[in-house]
Unconditional design. Sequence first.
Length: 152
Amino acid sequence: MLEGRIADSNSFKPPYPAGKEATTAKRHGLMVTGHHMLVLGSSYNDWDKYWENVKQQPTPRISITEKEKLCEFWSFHIDLAQRSDLDVIWHVGFRGNRDIPFWEFFPNSPTDDPSRAKFIEDMVNKEKLNMENLLIGTRMNGCLEWKGWSSD
């Protein structure tokens, strides 16, 4: 198994190939899986590239209030893996960009731990539903991390 991204900067230009990490895994007969920061093999660093190059529309603000836009972005990565015939263990979770909690990255995030936990639960359920609608026979890897949570 190789930990990495499904897409890289070349993946957002026709013919929309899988990224180097994913294709390297495939070439060596390995499965690819994401890091706990990479929801469904994606990186928020590619948000602008996806909207500008793939969707050819103005980039929406990345926000937790735009759940459908997030799901659409993640769906691109699921579809890319399918078209590229990648063997993937899908990582579900909800983090911010880089190795930070989502509430430090996304504006208007919940401020208390119970609300944050509920939001993560809701987003993970959206990710799972997204996968169920697009994939058959999936393997999922869930990751819960306690970084940034209070110890109370």
